[in-house]
Design a binder for this molecule. Structure first.
Ligand SMILES: *[C@@H]1O[C@H](CO)[C@@H](O)[C@H](O)[C@H]1NC(C)=O
Ligand SMILES: *[C@@H]1O[C@H](CO)[C@@H](O)[C@H](O)[C@H]1NC(C)=O
Ligand SMILES: *[C@@H]1O[C@H](CO)[C@@H](O)[C@H](O)[C@H]1NC(C)=O
Ligand SMILES: *[C@@H]1O[C@H](CO)[C@@H](O)[C@H](O)[C@H]1NC(C)=O
Length: 431
């Protein structure tokens, strides 16, 4: 009897596997059949929700937002399968309006497989302050992968931002309040604002993504991380009009390796402390990255004012090719309409301490490739430089370092040589 039952189930599984990509739509028609498939499917790939079966067209013109939401709703509520796949099939381009994939979901592993392409509307839409085009919210064990292109078609927004008619452009893809997140293989391009944002994410591994936007596109950071911890970014490539990766407040235990940056504004901690904020940033490790024709390389930028700290930051084994400011700490950062500030000089600053620049080599297109411009009120403490060798790019003959209000230690060869203008006298708790 059991034997026959197993045969029966195997048969159904085989049938369903033939229609594998459609199994979710069959679930409407044949709930029992579907249940046996899903139970048996535990050992296979689990249930697959293909957006095509929920009405998505994928011709790049029809609005597929509602179909995606219907598919997500079922995938997210699927109780039977330990691994649920949301499938965006290859060879098609899906037009999505602003969309939110909301958790929490029943399955502890949601695989969002983007084989086809996603495009944003070719117009501007109404946004609130931090709106994303595509948001994933509160989804545990989310994995987003596939070779698809995610095109934010941001040029209308860029024009508007450049003319100062728009203050904010939406971010591209936002990952918010997710745990154990993984992403690989996606291609982002032309986001209206920052391409990928990780906000309140705990645990993420991001590998092999590319971001590609024009050098002239405003505020299009490749990736922005804030209020997140235990994040690894590896083997990825960023070409954009702003920071390749920027790290905001509340970030800790961030590991960035094997990243290519350029064009772009470098890998930046900050900006921090705008609006006199309390800042906690610590344990950031950037290693084995290359910067080609970027405006900055390893950068820490804080506004005047602000409280708290940015500490325990290591920039290690980085190469620069014709970078304007390969090494930069700027505690007088200011951008936008309010600059230069008219208000009285601030009485506080974010304390920048325990910063290591190790094994950084290459060329710079400026005369001051190493600039440590710290706060007079709270100087930088325990800034270590070891084996730093930056030469002039083509046409740059003389180079020097700039250092103000920083307590530095040097090991190995430092080129160009650095001496601090006014070494601070206070002793650091972190030194
Ligand atoms: C997402 O979930 C939150 C909280 O559970 C809820 O307030 C919000 O309305 C949901 N949004 C959508 C689009 O379902
Ligand atoms: C990190 O990226 C490098 C370069 O692309 C690759 O060789 C390596 O396998 C990646 N490591 C992991 C753990 O994925
Ligand atoms: C910065 O992050 C810390 C740690 O998460 C938090 O306590 C603080 O309130 C944040 N500051 C602002 C202005 O959000
Ligand atoms: C630091 O930056 C401020 C503001 O841009 C500038 O006025 C000052 O001269 C700089 N200090 C050094 C040592 O370059």
């Amino acid at each position: 009897m059991l034997h026959i039952y197993i045969l029966h189930v195997t048969f159904l599984v085989l049938i369903l596997h033939r229609f594998d990509r459609r199994s979710s739509s069959l679930c409407f028609l044949l709930p029992l059949l579907c249940a046996s498939y899903l139970v048996a499917g535990e050992e296979s790939s689990g249930a697959i929700y293909n957006v095509i079966n929920f009405g998505a067209v994928g011709n790049g013109r029809t609005d597929d937002t509602k179909s995606f939401l219907r598919a997500w709703d079922l995938a997210c509520r699927d109780r039977t399968s330990p691994m649920t796949t949301f499938l965006v099939p290859s060879g098609k381009t899906f037009l999505l309006n602003q969309i939110k994939f909301n958790g929490s979901c029943h399955s502890s592993h949601i695989h969002f497989n983007v084989l086809g392409n996603l495009v944003a509307p070719n117009r501007r839409w109404k946004v609130s302050h931090t709106a994303n085009w595509i948001t994933f919210r509160d989804v545990r064990g989310l994995r987003i992968d596939g070779g698809g292109i995610i095109d934010g078609r941001g040029s209308r927004w860029w024009d508007c931002v450049k003319k100062k008619e728009c203050i904010n452009a939406p971010y591209g893809v936002g990952i918010f309040a997710c745990k154990n997140f993984r992403m690989s293989g996606l291609h982002f391009r032309n986001s209206p604002g920052k391409h990928l944002s990780l906000h309140a994410v705990s645990g993420a591994f991001i590998n092999g993504i590319t971001v590609d936007s024009p050098e002239s596109s405003p505020n299009t950071d490749g990736m922005h991380i804030k209020e997140s911890h235990n994040i690894i970014v590896n083997g990825s490539s960023f070409s954009t009009g702003d920071d390749c990766i920027s790290i905001g407040n509340g970030s800790q235990d961030i590991d960035i390796t094997h990243v290519k940056c350029g064009p772009g504004h470098g890998i930046s901690i900050g900006s921090l402390g705008n609006g006199d904020e309390m800042i906690h940033v610590q344990r950031i490790h950037v290693s084995h990255c290359s910067f080609v024709k970027t405006t900055n390389g390893a950068r820490i930028k804080t506004w005047e004012g602000g409280y708290g700290f940015a500490k325990g930051i290591i920039f290690e084994q980085l190469t620069f090719e014709s970078v304007v400011h390969p090494i930069l700490i700027d505690q007088h950062y200011c951008t936008g309409l309010i600059c230069p500030r008219k208000e009285p000089i601030k009485k506080s600053a974010v304390h920048v301490s325990d910063i290591h620049f190790i094994g950084l080599t290459g060329t710079s297109s400026s005369h001051a490739p190493i600039t440590l411009n710290c706060s007079r009120i709270i100087p930088c403490t325990n800034i270590q430089l070891k084996d730093v060798n930056i030469k002039g790019a083509f046409g740059i003959k003389t180079q020097h370092s700039v250092c103000g209000h920083a307590h530095i230690k040097q090991r190995g060869t430092i080129v160009p040589p650095i001496t601090c203008l006014r070494p601070p006298t206070i002793s650091s708790p972190y030194a």
